[in-house]
Design a protein around this ligand. Structure first.
Ligand code: DAR
Length: 340
């Protein structure tokens, strides 16, 4: 009898793919940092409504527990024959999507990175988390030009400064119940903080769901400009930090949904007409491999006809490929909105 019992009503991918045979093969295994299968699936056991239900505790997890990670990755990201992830952070110069700002209110592109020599956020000890934060801050201080800015530690900054960050939505809250059950919130807010460029168009979240979430954002529809800023920051950090990378899966992240490019590129777009033609909007987004989220992100409602539209695919596509697809998809959506 397995020592794990997924509740009947769970539809998570980990429940679907973790057979007794695989469980028996993996239950006594652990990575060099001591990460076990039990820890990896704890969130999926605690939250039967998980979609995925498993997290990686370090880069080795994807190898040590490949019998469960591989089928979940194939189902979530699609069957990708002899996968060799190719990264391509070439800067782009695409036409501005909505120069008059009639539809697109803001553009936001993020990638996740984890340092290969540290345990990931769900498994890292507090002393390691502090050492990691110190290492990242030292590298962030190299950022120059329009990327220059300040780091705000959640643990040591004064309340007034943190409240300013929060009101402007530049900081992050303690993780949700899925991340909590995985261990991602341990010692919160110790070892966490946000780097913010002086022009407030580049943010780096430190020790949220991943070691770094690098976010470029602005209240325009200039997709190339937002993307190019992100590329500059990634290139600068790449010179000083060794990130967890796998030749098949690309960038390795806490949640297997974010591997590959680990990129989510999206806009907040107001579609007053298409809001009443959901089927048409869905057809266009599906045809362009885009996904629709609520106004405030994953699992939230649409408010005032403002949709969060972003790329669906993260693995088996390059970063510039994502941006070009998003650009084409948004042009088609704006064209449809105008035609109604
Ligand atoms: N809620 C977890 C993870 C889903 C993907 N979202 C992330 N990684 N923020 C689940 O298994 O449903």
């Amino acid at each position: 009898m397995n020592s794990f019992v997924f509740l009947e009503k769970s539809n998570s991918l980990v429940k679907k793919h973790l057979s007794s045979k695989i469980y028996k093969a993996l239950e006594h295994k652990q990575t060099d940092s001591g990460f076990t299968l039990e820890k990896a699936i704890h969130s999926g056991l605690e939250n039967p409504d998980s979609t995925i239900g498993i997290y990686a505790g370090d880069s080795q997890s994807y190898q040590t527990f490949s019998p469960i990670f591989d089928p979940i990755i194939q189902e979530y990201h699609g069957e990708l024959e002899n996968l060799k992830h190719k990264s391509d952070i070439r800067e782009l110069n695409l036409p501005v999507l909505d120069p008059e700002g009639k539809y697109i209110q803001s553009t936001r592109i993020r990638v996740a990175r984890n340092l290969k020599s540290f345990s990931f956020p769900c498994h890292i000890a507090l002393s390691q988390r502090h050492a990691l934060e110190k290492k990242i801050i030292a590298v962030l201080n190299y950022l120059s030009g329009n990327l220059e800015g300040n780091y705000y530690s959640f643990e040591h900054s004064d309340k007034k400064k943190l409240n300013q960050l929060e009101t402007k939505n530049f900081w992050f809250q303690k993780g949700d119940r899925f991340q909590d059950a995985a261990g991602i919130n341990s010692d919160f807010p110790k070892g966490r903080g946000v780097y913010l460029s002086f022009d407030q168009k580049l943010m780096v979240w430190v020790n949220e769901e991943d070691h770094l979430r690098i976010i470029s954002l602005e209240k325009t529809s200039d997709l190339s400009k937002v993307y190019n800023r992100l590329c500059q920051c990634i290139s600068a950090l790449n010179q000083h930090l060794d990130f967890a990378w796998d030749k098949r899966y690309g960038n390795l992240t806490s949640c297997p949904t974010n591997i590959g490019t680990s990129m989510r590129a999206g806009v907040h777009i107001q579609l007053k007409k298409l809001e009443h033609k959901k089927k048409l909007l869905l057809n266009i987004t599906q045809a362009c491999n885009l996904q629709i989220r609520g106004t405030s992100g994953e699992k939230t409602k649409i408010k005032n006809a403002v949709f969060d539209i972003s790329n669906r695919q993260r693995l088996g596509i390059s970063e510039s490929g994502i941006i070009q697809n998003l650009h084409a998809g948004l042009l088609a959506i704006i064209k449809a909105e105008k035609s109604l």
